[in-house]
Design a protein around this ligand. Structure first.
Ligand code: C2O
Length: 570
């Protein structure tokens, strides 16, 4: 059972008693109006505010988020990106995976432990909805942070692409036969800390600053360039690494970089740095045309009375290779992999000409019962992938050391994310390395860094490794939100034997009834015969309902116009 373990050693218990606190948030999710780049539009905020507030806790704390959906016309959910959810897989927030979508007027409580310190974020995990603004920082502080003594100030910097139209309209056009060849929606703007403005940080030259960069984007990566200061990366995706000097960093959607910057060796004033939005083009390929849609020049302000300089005009983009960073001291890499999963990721229009994105020729198809609830209620059938339907299911056993290869057949980069685990990045060659050449033809990192989101280069591949030690249902997907909507997702069911009979919190079960979904049986809701596949969805819906509530019917036809501009494919 996924139950909090009561037995632990006396000293651990004592540490827990001394340190662990409960941090509680009571959040009403609502539409409000905001104009982060001067254009006013409805955005999804929390307690009447946007940008959304951060979650802040110390390692070992319990975080409780009581979430009420006041959107009126859409369902919602909250996912805590990067948090492992040990023994609380049902708090992962992925809709139709570990819970039902939360209906308007309904309330649900998330309650989980933040067991690893670092920089995370939270976002709606419901039908592309976070692109409408419901996302924020999640910071887990560590009183014993090994880098804690090395900095004086701590700043969060969020980066995002931004759209003037609502996600549901953008997604409906994205998922229409008219969108051929498939193009993602064009970004309208760049936001830094949720505003379009050159970012300024007041700096005391005698201090060292920890900047926690978080990429909230739907699709855009960012290049950060700090050529005039001493910048060192100390953590990626919430895991500490050995310090690595870097003047250019590329941060893909959902990734985080914690960077220490000191100014001791810089004698110039008001030092510029560059933040450039890379619209997920393959920045190593000049033939793909202009990559930089939006630039902002930030400044570290040392003297507000002096003028601001610009960066030099031409910056050579030679970003740090994050796949070669070394884990923090004390990490022992995994060995002896016993499971191997190969994913070919590519676009795969369906029979209606609707653009889809596939792992091994199959798009993820949402089912009628959340996958975790199926795993919990079909008894011994839960080790049979048939019961989960077309969610690209993979069953993993306790202690499996799993190697995953993703071949990216697209001409753009894709950031792949695994829920519930950090994985080792064993090999991530540069663009156009081709498909994975096989075990004997590759060299892997002996001391690989850990991440939860890895950016796979264009026409190239990645090899990652993780230990299956967290029973539950965990998604693996591209974190370009448009590609999630197109189906680029697989589902890992870990240690199904331990999920049987799992007790799901009552308010979570109740939310299924409120939205009209079943809480038991196979993916089609069949309780009596879990191998009976008749009510499962084997194709993605022809009409994209999005998070709209009540859900529109196909005959209603989309009431939206196509977005005004689209971008070259990704
Ligand atoms: Cu940021 Cu499936 O998550």
């Amino acid at each position: 059972m996924l139950r909090p373990q009561l037995a632990c050693s006396a000293s651990l218990l004592l540490a827990a008693v001394v340190r662990a606190a409960t941090v509680t948030y009571d959040w009403q999710v609502d539409w409000i109006s905001a104009a982060p780049d001067g254009f006013t539009r409805p955005v999804i905020g929390i307690n009447g505010e946007w940008p959304c507030p951060p979650i802040e806790a110390s390692v070992g704390d319990n975080v409780v988020v009581k979430l009420t959906n006041n959107l009126g016309n859409q369902s919602t959910s909250l996912h805590f990106h990067g948090i492992r959810q040990i023994q609380t897989n049902f708090m992962d927030g992925a809709s139709v995976v570990t819970q039902c979508p939360l209906a308007p007027g309904d309330t649900m409580t998330y309650n989980f432990t933040v067991d690893v310190a670092g920089t995370y974020w939270y976002h709606s995990h419901n039908m592309g909805q976070y692109v409408d603004g419901i996302r924020g920082a999640l910071l887990v502080y560590d009183p014993d942070d090994p880098y804690g003594g090395d900095y004086d100030e701590d700043e969060v910097v969020t980066l995002s692409d931004w759209h003037h139209e609502e996600t549901i309209h953008l997604s409906r056009f994205l998922l229409s036969p008219e969108n051929a060849p498939p193009e993602p929606p064009a970004m309208d703007s760049i936001l830094v800390n949720d505003i379009r403005r050159d970012p300024h940080f007041n700096i005391d030259r005698n201090k060292t600053y920890r900047f926690r960069f978080i990429n909230f984007s739907a699709a855009a990566s960012f290049m950060l360039n700090f050529e005039e200061v001493n910048a060192e990366v100390i953590a990626i995706d919430s895991y500490n690494i050995r310090r690595a000097k870097a003047s250019t960093i590329r941060i893909a959607p959902a990734q985080r970089y914690d960077i220490l910057i000191d100014f001791k060796d810089t004698d110039s004033d008001n030092i510029p740095f560059l933040i450039a939005m890379d619209a997920n083009l393959d920045y190593t390929n000049p033939e793909l045309g202009p990559t930089w849609l939006f630039n902002l020049t930030g400044h570290f302000i040392t003297n507000p009375y002096l003028p601001l300089r610009r960066n030099q005009d031409v910056v050579e983009w030679d970003p740090l290779d994050d796949s070669r960073l070394e884990p923090f001291w004390g990490y022992s890499p995994l060995s002896n992999p016993n499971r191997f999963i190969l994913f070919d990721a590519e676009f795969c229009p369906d029979q209606y000409g609707i653009p889809r994105a596939c792992f091994n020729n199959r798009p993820y198809v949402m089912q009628n019962v959340p996958t975790l609830y199926t795993a919990a209620t079909v008894g011994e059938f839960n080790t049979n992938p048939v019961v989960y339907g077309a969610v690209n299911p993979f069953i993993l056993s306790e202690g499996d050391v799993v190697d995953i290869v993703v071949n990216n057949h697209d001409e753009r980069n894709h950031p792949f994310h695994l829920h519930g685990h950090h994985f080792e990045v064993l090999d991530r060659p540069f663009a156009r390395a081709g498909t994975w050449p096989g075990r004997n033809a590759t060299t892997i990192n002996r001391y690989p860094p850990l991440r939860d989101t890895v950016d796979v280069m264009a026409h190239s591949y990645v090899v990652i490794r993780f230990l299956a030690d967290n029973p539950g249902v965990h998604l693996f997907h591209c974190h370009i939100e448009w590609h999630v909507e197109m189906g680029l997702t697989a589902t890992f069911i870990l240690e199904p034997e331990k999920i049987r009979g799992l007790e799901i919190p009552q308010d979570h079960l109740d939310s299924c009834r409120k939205i009209g979904m079943a809480t038991e049986g196979n993916a089609g809701g069949n309780v009596d015969n879990p191998l009976h596949t008749s009510n499962m969805n084997d194709q993605p819906p022809r009409f994209h309902a999005g998070a709209e509530y009540p859900p529109p019917r196909f005959e209603d036809e989309p009431s939206c116009r196509p977005p005004s501009r689209i971008m070259r494919g990704m």
